[in-house]
Design a protein around this ligand. Structure first.
Ligand SMILES: [Fe+2]
Length: 228
């Protein structure tokens, strides 16, 4: 990360510069799929079929009372989801390149599942133990669909907050929370240790069209088999 000089001060016959280096960033990678419309049509059909087949999904929610249907977590092994699975792998490959991970390894999906939150359903704040990167792809996000809240992982940094200028947007690097509005066709990759939760779905309407539908996933680093 580049050093920036934030101010220069005339001090005792000379000049001193105040520099700033940002360390420990929390990286969130994202993309908007260029073919989201047709991708989402395919996926919604696959999810609805799965939902009709597997009504027990409601019991997999981390807190059942918060509502929402959760599929089993091996959707990446189901050929019906190949189009999205391949796309996730294609995009995820940009992360190790960007961050300089070992080139004899690659990022690979280890689990993938769907969550359909009907109106008022939400998801408690949580992390994804055992994974390196996690992510979400928004399949259906009606107006009012619950936003994704991400919490500053440096919990100690929230211990004593400065007073900021009133009525002025705080600089991104001073935020302690990030709120992301779901948009159909958007995919996010974030560190699995990053606490996140989903606000209640406030979409109006009834039936499955009012559901907030996502595909969520976990990714780990795997050794790439040598080509023969
Ligand atoms: Fe999650």
């Amino acid at each position: 990360m580049a050093r920036t000089t934030v101010a220069k001060f005339d001090t005792e016959g000379g000049q001193d510069s105040l520099n700033r280096d940002d360390y420990f960033p929390t990286m969130i990678f994202s993309a908007m799929l260029h073919d989201a419309d047709s991708m989402n049509k395919d996926i919604m059909k696959a999810i609805n079929d799965e939902r009709d087949r597997d009504e027990k999904g409601i019991e997999r929610s981390n807190i059942k009372a918060l509502g929402g249907w959760h599929s089993h977590n091996n959707l990446h092994k189901d050929k019906t989801f190949d189009r999205l699975t391949n796309r996730i792998h294609a995009l995820a490959a940009g992360i190790p390149k960007n961050l300089g991970y070992a080139t004899n390894r690659h990022l690979e999906l280890t689990t993938m599942w769907s969550i359909s939150n009907p109106p008022l359903a939400s998801n408690r704040t949580h992390i994804h133990p055992g994974a390196l990167w996690s992510g979400v792809y928004y399949v259906q996000a009606p107006e009012g669909a619950g936003k994704l809240d991400m919490t500053d992982p440096r919990t100690v940094a929230t211990m004593h907050q400065p007073i900021y200028t009133k009525h002025q947007k705080r600089k991104v690097e001073t935020w302690n929370k990030v709120t992301i509005k779901p948009v159909a066709g958007k995919i996010l990759f974030f560190p699995s240790w990053l606490y996140h939760g989903i606000a209640p779905n406030m979409a109006k309407g009834t039936g499955r069209d009012a559901d907030r539908v996502v595909i969520a996933f976990n990714i780990n680093q795997k050794v790439t088999p040598k080509m023969k």
